[in-house]
Ligand binder design. Structure first.
Ligand SMILES: CC(=O)[C@@H](O)[C@H](O)COP(=O)(O)O
Length: 257
């Protein structure tokens, strides 16, 4: 079981709710994924004029926990204000904190992220920071009060999958007790399976499901891959070897002379 800020969850897949062809298709995908948590962008939804309407009703009907996010925020002030509004609207201290630092890569502004995480943690928020795989930044986020880290594996929406496997291995190895959720850049179920096999606790994704030809089927495929990767990690996968090692016993082999 996965425990995040004291909440025990059955699924290790967190799903974003943006970019689906329709709210109904989003709902189908959430159901198919069997996820416990969905992220919702306060800014995106308010900008789309869907607040308070059918969209929120649908989210409520799905019976999943909402993790509001500060997607699209480019400054500490913007992110903190968005988080405060989200807390009022959703009645939760959970916040997925994004402070975007670069327009092209959408990579986090890690300096702003740490500052915003410190402010929000002091205000009683339970912060899920969208960060890089930088170990020093990870330390700073933990010092700032975060008890969960969400390193990226590739730029948001890129579908590239893990571009720095060594970086992901390192952050996993350095923080064995901290829940680590890979967030952003996953494109295929095999990418999710791979990071789960590295020992990550969960994955968060949006675009790969929302933009799939059949979002519900893709959501189910990701759910299966996440579970398979987690089971494989716990089962103790073999490390790759340079040389062949016979898998068939050679004792008792017939000798031809
Ligand atoms: C949904 C969310 O909170 C974001 O972090 C992001 O959109 C996820 O990345 P992908 O869209 O690349 O899966």
């Amino acid at each position: 079981m996965l425990t995040l800020y004291g909440e025990t969850l059955t699924s290790r897949l967190l799903l974003g709710t943006a970019q689906y062809p329709s709210p109904a298709i989003m709902a189908e995908a959430v159901r198919a994924s069997a996820c416990d948590i969905v992220t919702v962008s306060l800014r995106r939804e308010t900008a789309g004029n869907r607040t308070g309407g059918q969209f929120w009703e649908l989210i409520r009907e799905l019976g999943v926990r909402v993790l509001p996010n500060t997607a699209g925020c480019h400054s500490v002030k913007e992110a903190v204000t968005t988080a405060q509004m989200a807390r009022e609207l959703f009645g939760t201290d959970w916040i997925k904190l994004e402070v975007i630092g670069h327009h092209d890569t959408l990579q986090p502004d890690v300096f702003g992220l740490v500052e915003a995480a410190r402010i929000l943690s002091a205000e009683g928020f339970q912060v899920f920071p969208y960060t890089t795989d930088d170990l020093v930044v990870a330390e700073r986020l933990l010092d700032a009060g975060c008890a969960v880290l969400m390193p990226w594996c590739a730029p948001i929406g890129s579908a590239r999958g893990p571009v720095n496997v060594d970086g992901l291995r390192a952050i996993r190895a350095h923080f064995p007790e901290i829940p680590l959720i890979v967030d952003a850049g996953l494109g295929r179920p095999s990418h999710a399976g791979m990071v789960m096999e590295l020992g990550f606790d969960a994955v968060l994704l949006n675009t790969a499901v929302a933009k799939a030809g059949d979002p519900a089927a893709m959501a189910a495929a990701f759910a299966g891959a996440v579970e398979a990767g987690h089971v494989a990690f716990r089962a103790g996968p073999l490390e790759p070897r340079d040389m062949a090692v016979p898998s068939t016993p050679i004792i008792g082999k017939a000798v031809f002379e």
